[in-house]
Design a protein around this ligand. Structure first.
Ligand SMILES: CCCCCCC[C@@H](O)CC(=O)SCCNC(=O)CCNC(=O)[C@H](O)C(C)(C)COP(=O)(O)OP(=O)(O)OC[C@H]1O[C@@H](n2cnc3c(N)ncnc32)[C@H](O)[C@@H]1OP(=O)(O)O
Length: 309
């Protein structure tokens, strides 16, 4: 159960201030991330993807995928989070959802200051759902670049509520980050891409060193037959497919990204992303071909549409 050495106190928890964090990256990090989510993984001269890893006039001109923003939150949770009166086992943590708002195109290098706050905490009995919001500002200009809301599903950490009503706190609008309704009609377009058996080993070099994705013994202790793929790697594949198929390869067209991780993915599996257009919203779901299981579903809001769609 969540609290053993201290009583759960919601007033203390909600008044708790999380420390600011810093994140610095450069063009090399941008390229390693793009390779980690499969850019040029099937075709090294694919012009839709080469621009995320190479530019003939200098690496500072490479384009940055919008999901790169999800890395800015790293360090806030992976080594454990100190919340008063709330304890959990980091080895039982699973990534549940990710919500990202991009306010301006991501530069190919930056020094960022992250302001982190608790956006939600729910007691689901068998698990706790914890949400952290991270606002990333460019150091110097102080300009707000993006916002991430990370939802983690903490197995075994539920049951901490003191009253008969399970504790539930959320400080954001209910229309953000919810599971989407998948249209019944045929998708507008579909993209299939195979992940590599070594995908998680490559992706982890972008900073999420959780052994759940690399260590067979650790994965077994966490309840899996072998290491699983990072949720944010699967999300990266899906959003890259949307940029290619709906945004004509333009990463700056993406405004908002939402995704819920429904089932785990194993490195080496093939991801099929189906996409539907509703106004300027792309609804998508990603399935694992080999197991015919939906592993991720969500939406992407885009800034505009090319006339050919
Ligand atoms: C700040 C930076 C931090 C970065 C941290 C990330 C670190 C990474 O290294 C970790 C990872 O990448 S883990 C890999 C990616 N994630 C996954 O593979 C999880 C896939 N999903 C599952 O297995 C199940 O949905 C599972 C297990 C999540 C839930 O399935 P069930 O146990 O069957 O739950 P269910 O009974 O269906 O629902 C219980 C209540 O929980 C809500 N819920 C379910 N899935 C959710 C999800 N994915 N996200 C958020 N909430 C979720 C349900 O709505 C339900 O609530 P209610 O009863 O109120 O409806």
């Amino acid at each position: 159960m969540a609290t053993t050495d201290s009583e759960f106190n919601s007033d203390l928890l909600l008044a708790h201030k999380l420390p600011e964090t810093r994140y610095t990256y450069n063009e090399r990090d941008v390229a390693i991330y793009a390779l980690g989510i499969g850019a040029c993984g099937q075709d090294a001269v694919d012009s839709d993807e080469l621009k995320f890893v190479y530019h003939r006039n200098g690496q500072d001109l490479i384009q940055v995928l919008p999901t790169f923003a999800s890395l800015f939150t790293l360090g806030s949770l992976t080594e454990g989070l100190d919340l008063p009166g709330f304890k959990y086992d980091p080895s039982l943590l699973l990534h549940g959802q990710q919500y990202i708002e991009i306010y301006r195109p991501l530069p190919s290098k930056a020094y960022l200051v992250n302001k982190v706050s608790l956006a939600g905490l729910q007691d689901k009995g068998k698990a706790a759902i914890l949400e952290l919001e991270t606002r990333s500002y460019e150091e110097g200009s102080g300009e707000l670049l993006c916002m991430n809301r990370t939802t983690v599903f903490l197995r075994g950490a539920g049951g901490f509520s003191n009253s008969s009503q399970p504790f539930s706190y959320k400080n954001y609008p209910s229309n953000q980050g919810l599971a989407v309704k998948i249209p019944q009609r045929q998708p507008l377009t579909v993209c299939e891409e195979r992940t590599q058996p070594s995908q998680a080993l490559l992706y982890r070099l972008s900073g999420d060193y959780n052994p759940l994705h690399s260590d067979p013994e650790f994965a077994k202790l966490a309840g899996f037959p072998r290491p699983i793929l990072h949720g944010l790697c699967t999300l990266g594949f899906a959003i890259k497919a949307i940029i290619k198929c709906v945004c004509k390869g333009d990463p700056t067209a993406v405004k908002t990204i939402s995704g819920r991780f429904l089932t785990t993915v194993f490195p080496g599996e093939t991801l099929i992303t189906e996409m539907w257009l509703e106004g300027l919203r792309v609804i998508y779901q990603t399935k694992v071909k080999e197991r015919n299981k939906t592993v991720l579903a969500g939406y992407v809001d885009i800034r505009g549409l090319s006339s050919s769609l």
